[in-house]
Design a protein around this ligand. Structure first.
Ligand SMILES: NC(=O)c1ccc[n+]([C@@H]2O[C@H](COP(=O)([O-])OP(=O)(O)OC[C@H]3O[C@@H](n4cnc5c(N)ncnc54)[C@H](OP(=O)(O)O)[C@@H]3O)[C@@H](O)[C@H]2O)c1
Length: 245
């Protein structure tokens, strides 16, 4: 029976929401974690929560838009635990807005977090995985990559890029590596509506409060993909609340 026990797993965006829930679920199943995010206090709280209950986790301040930060995250896994089995690229921002508001800094942040951030993760982990002859990329996308809804076009475009990059990576990975895309629908996290234009933000948070699933649902999907035996690659999981259109 495949198990998560002892697996070394790095997670970006682990300071809240889906990343935090995934960290707790994987730690409970015995994985050894290296957790990255930018907010030091929130990241430390997650690490402390895991270690207080007997789990194994280390925090590394990480901004995924910076190549060196991802390198430090994967280096920490190798230095502390001797290997890296999985990189979960989860960091993200949902600062959506209509084009007419010209919130170009937010557009840039979505591009640099979801696209450059994912590429920085691939750049840091791929050489480690090749050296080991094994490794698993789990990339968090969104149902927005399947259904474009206004005013989420920039967000949807960057998540579509996550899917495209993941499929290309899968094709080049060969028999030893795995690549999984996990595409959540509405999930109850603080990130929904955060940084979005005020009207959009209040509509999104209202919708979240009415229909969202808990982040543990996405964490379970990620855990399922990682638990597969060698040679079996779950390529995409879409997980959304039953009521989501
Ligand atoms: N919630 C949903 O309905 C939903 C639906 C589909 C997909 N998603 C995706 O799920 C992922 C997690 O989002 P969430 O819902 O859990 O929201 P969240 O609670 O806001 O989590 C986002 C995480 O990403 C981190 N982050 C943001 N920018 C970063 C950067 N440049 N470098 C490193 N870390 C960064 C944040 O930590 P710091 O601020 O501390 O860095 C935080 O830990 C995102 O990719 C999001 O697009 C969410």
């Amino acid at each position: 029976m495949p198990t998560l026990r002892g697996k070394v797993i790095a997670i970006t965006g682990a300071s809240s929401g889906i990343g935090e829930a995934t960290a707790h679920l994987l730690a409970d199943k015995g994985a050894r974690l290296v957790l990255g995010a930018r907010r030091e206090d929130r990241l430390s709280a997650v690490v402390d929560g895991i270690t207080a209950t007997g789990g194994t986790a280390t925090g590394v301040l990480t901004d995924v838009t910076r190549r060196a930060d991802l390198r430090r995250l994967t280096d920490t896994a190798v230095e502390q635990y001797g290997r890296l089995d999985v990189l979960v690229s989860n960091a993200g921002t949902m600062a959506v807005s209509p084009f007419d508001e010209l919130r170009q800094d937010d557009w840039d942040a979505m591009v640099s977090t979801h696209i450059t951030g994912l590429l920085n993760g691939i750049g840091a982990a791929l050489p480690v995985f090749r050296r080991q002859g094994s490794g698993h990329f789990v990339n968090v996308s969104s149902t927005a990559a399947h259904v474009v809804k206004s005013p989420q076009a920039v967000y949807a475009a960057t998540k579509t890029a996550v899917n495209v990059l993941s499929e290309g990576l899968r094709q080049e990975s060969g028999p030893d590596l795995s690549v999984t895309v996990v595409s959540p629908g509405f999930t109850h996290t603080e990130g929904v509506g955060k940084g979005a234009s005020p009207e959009v933000s209040s509509a999104m948070t209202q919708m979240r409060d009415e229909i969202a699933m808990p982040p543990s649902a996405v964490a379970s999907a990620i855990g399922y993909a990682i638990e597969q035996p060698a040679g079996v690659d779950i390529n995409e999981i879409v997980v959304r609340p039953t009521v989501q259109a």
